[in-house]
Design a protein around this ligand. Structure first.
Ligand SMILES: Cc1ncc(COP(=O)(O)O)c(C=O)c1O
Length: 445
């Protein structure tokens, strides 16, 4: 059977995009111009573009035109979030929506209109530009208390913040206490740096101080890694009493406390931060990835004055400085209120996503934060995660079990679902598929 004309055009454009003849960001002709070029009716050209948009290869932007998408990326803006292999990705949490592109456009325009642009082309101080350190420090004061800008270093994202701590303040063989389920990026850093992760028991993402005390007695530990405000993956917010108890043990055994606050903004009313309760021994890591944009790569580390030189040396040895163009964009968004609005809207968005998740999957056993774009589903006794993950893959969904997060040898059976970047109107159907996959696997036990 002869291929429809619009499909033929879509296939040809698709080949040109896949072969790199049309680069990401290229503006395509208007529908009318394309129709004239190809000598087809306007409706046929429109259908061809529609087909390519459906395949996620091009994107129409209101009032601006139609553009080629970057196929090397998991596309999240307005199109379903897919992993590189075409599966819907429930593994990585990449919040974001189409309006973010307008935010970037406005930010770039503001920078282009500013004076002394040439300064951005030069090497910057390792810890960041002085006025930007001040802007970030002041913006954090309401959550963290007063911060000396000299003790705040600008990094290329939260992961870089953790890396300079591992490089600058820890040594191969050091023992670092962690939760039994923790952030995989910290696990991979520890593996590279030869740090010894010591799992400490806890309840739902809140570390048990008594077990930390036991572990400290069993061997000398150097550091304690915690996500007290919105734990990844469990979403927990640790209460103040537990924070104080853990700090007491850290003081007794002289542990450096690493406080990871990558998701802390999701909790609008957090207990006092560890850095405010124990500023003499806490290095606090923050990031704008989840509150603004994962791709811009900006974060910060707040540390005791005595640690600053080593951390600056680690920044020098890794990136020299975070790019001024990026820090300029983000501090501009702090000053004009964009960051605060974005944080609020991400919290609201997370609340809706959690509601959809709990409606479809039944709320009782799910562990998550009420505003987060991710959730943790412990599986019933005897049900294993692996066959569920396989089933989901067959149905076009990429999910994972507990393994990437586990620091214990015995890995608990659970599913991690990250859904912050998936269009909300698709989530109901996706969660139903997850529910069916769990039910199907439980029945085959
Ligand atoms: C707990 C935690 N810490 C740090 C990071 C790293 O953040 P960034 O994207 O800023 O490197 C992440 C990213 O997912 C995270 O979940």
């Amino acid at each position: 059977m002869k291929k429809a004309r619009y499909k033929d055009l879509a296939d040809r454009l698709s080949t040109a995009i896949q072969e790199g003849k049309l680069a990401p960001g290229t503006k395509l002709p208007t529908h009318r111009a394309f129709a004239e070029q190809c000598n087809v009716a306007l409706a046929t050209a429109t259908r061809a573009y529609g087909e390519l948009e459906r395949r996620g290869m091009i994107v129409g932007e209101a009032g601006r035109g139609t553009f080629v998408r970057d196929l090397g990326l998991p596309p999240t803006l307005g199109v379903r979030q897919t992993a590189n292999d075409g599966l819907i990705d429930l593994v990585f949490n990449m919040p974001g929506d189409a309006a973010d592109a307008d935010m970037l456009r406005a930010g770039l325009r503001r920078i282009a209109a500013a004076g002394d642009l040439e300064a951005m082309l030069r090497y910057q101080p390792h810890g960041g530009r002085t006025h930007e350190r001040r802007i970030i420090a002041e913006s954090l004061a309401s959550r963290l208390g007063p911060i000396d800008p000299e003790c705040l270093l600008v990094t290329s994202g939260g992961q870089h913040g953790l890396a300079i701590i591992a490089l600058g303040l820890l040594q191969r063989g050091d023992g670092v206490a962690t939760d039994t389920l923790t952030y995989p990026g910290f696990k991979s850093l520890a593996a590279l740096q030869g740090l010894d992760l010591i799992p400490v028991e806890g309840q739902g993402g809140v570390m048990d101080p008594d077990d930390l005390e036991r572990q400290c007695r069993a061997r000398k530990l150097q550091a304690l890694y915690l996500m007290p405000t919105v734990h990844n993956p469990l979403g927990a917010v640790m209460d103040e009493a537990t924070r104080l108890h853990l700090i007491e043990i850290a003081r007794k055994h002289d542990l450096l406390i690493i406080e990871d606050a990558a998701y802390a903004f999701l909790e609008p009313d957090p207990p006092p931060s560890l850095v405010s309760l124990a500023p003499e021994r806490t290095v606090h890591v923050g990031s704008f990835s989840k509150s603004l944009a994962t791709g811009l790569r900006l974060g910060y580390v707040i540390a005791p004055a005595i640690q600053i030189d080593r951390l600056l040396e680690a920044i020098r040895a890794t990136t020299w400085n975070a790019p001024a163009l990026i820090s300029g964009l983000i501090t501009g968004w702090i000053e004009d209120g964009t960051l605060e609005n974005s944080e609020k809207s991400r919290r609201r968005d997370g609340t809706e996503r959690q509601r959809l998740c709990r409606t479809a999957l039944g709320g009782s056993s799910i562990l998550s934060h009420r505003n987060a774009g991710f959730a943790w589903l412990p599986l019933e006794k005897g049900v294993r995660a692996e066959p569920i993950v396989t089933r989901l893959k067959e149905r076009g969904i990429s999910a994972c079990g507990a393994e990437p997060f586990a620091t214990t040898v015995a890995v608990p059976q659970a599913l991690r679902l990250a859904f912050g970047g998936i269009p909300k109107d698709e989530l109901g159907a996706i969660f139903q598929t997850v529910r069916q996959a769990i039910a199907g696997t439980s029945m085959c036990r």
